[in-house]
Ligand binder design. Structure first.
Ligand code: SAM
Length: 313
């Protein structure tokens, strides 16, 4: 049987615990992710995931990928050597995984996501997409991958589910292999200084996130190291990320501002629906926030943390 043969974890211990859900919000986890249209955007209905799944978001995620790669001068920080099997969890457009497949042509690379993004670009022969829901347990045998990567699932994984999810990433990691996590935050502590329009925007986003059990306080980003340690990983390192948001910060600042602005616009319809205002009003606040980032010289923060599975595990 080929190594990538995957299985669903029957009666997953994760299916209730890892989601951390209290229930009753109208979506059922672990089922096929059905889309829902709101305004001009398309969202998953059966997941806590807040952002849209449509062409506009594909473009934003690709743009964000290139920006992060430039800002970090690479696609990862862990000392992974020459991995033979690589997994990207919540792979989005697959851009990161495809680049890893190109960088390590001898490796087998898998991108897993609840839904495959439509793509016109040619895939390297050592890359494949697998549908999977990390909240239900990954559809892979334990000790399979030398490098497991997960980036920006803040608005997808409920706060209470994080420890279980990171344990799941560690489960599929081979002894001696690495897990790397990259996250940002949507709390006022993650946009400093934070002007009144930015505060309003983050407050809306935070309330919407909290309704789904998602982290609105920047807790996840600051707990990555602990999650890795609790999952039994060793040699843990973490790196604070800090960057300018706005034209005052040169090219990187302008790109960051565009990314945050488009990210906020991506949920303007659900925000308007939830808080009883028009989408135009939400878009106006987003524009005001964009101006504030320049006048106040706002900075944004994020975190990368990685750890290694002990060889004797
Ligand atoms: C903000 S995007 C980040 C994509 C990619 N990691 C990147 O950095 O470009 C989050 C991705 O996680 C996926 N996702 C959401 N919930 C998920 C789940 N429960 N299991 C697996 N993937 C999930 C979404 O479909 C989306 O593609």
């Amino acid at each position: 049987m080929p190594w990538w043969f995957f299985r669903r974890r029957g009666g997953s211990a994760l299916s209730t615990d890892v989601t951390g859900r209290t229930g009753g919000k109208g979506w059922r986890l672990g089922e096929v992710a059905l889309p829902r249209l709101q305004g001009r955007r398309r969202y998953l209905q059966e997941q806590p995931y807040l952002l849209p799944k449509d062409l506009g978001e594909v473009n934003r995620l690709d743009f964000q990928h290139y920006m992060l790669r430039a800002a970090l001068r690479g696609n990862y920080l862990a000392p992974i050597g020459q991995p033979r099997r690589i997994l990207d969890v919540g792979c989005g457009t697959g851009r990161w995984a495809i680049e890893l497949a190109q960088q390590f042509p001898q490796a087998e690379v898998i991108g897993v996501d609840v839904e495959q993004a439509k793509s016109t670009s040619r895939m390297p022969s050592n890359y494949r997409f697998v549908r999977g829901d990390v909240l239900q347990g990954l559809p892979f045998e334990e000790n399979t991958f030398d490098f497991v990567h997960q980036r920006l699932l803040l608005l997808a994984i409920p706060l209470a589910a994080w420890p279980g999810v990171v344990q799941e990433l560690a489960r599929v990691t081979a002894p001696g292999g690495w897990v790397e996590l990259t996250e940002g935050g949507i709390s006022p502590n993650d946009f400093v200084p934070c002007g009144p329009a930015t505060q309003q925007l983050l407050d809306w986003m935070g309330q919407l996130a909290a309704l789904r059990g998602l982290d609105a306080e920047g807790v996840v980003m600051r707990s990555l190291e602990r999650y890795l340690a609790e999952a039994g990983l060793i040699n843990i390192q973490r790196h604070f990320l800090g960057w300018p948001i706005g034209d005052w910060g040169g090219r990187l600042g302008s790109l960051m501002a565009l990314d945050f602005k488009e990210g906020a616009k991506a949920i303007s319809a659900p925000v308007a629906a939830r808080f009883g205002c028009s989408e135009q009003e939400v878009l106006k606040i987003i524009e005001k926030a964009r101006d504030e980032w320049d006048t106040l010289q706002t900075r944004g923060f994020g975190m990368i943390a990685y750890g290694q599975k002990p060889t004797n595990s």
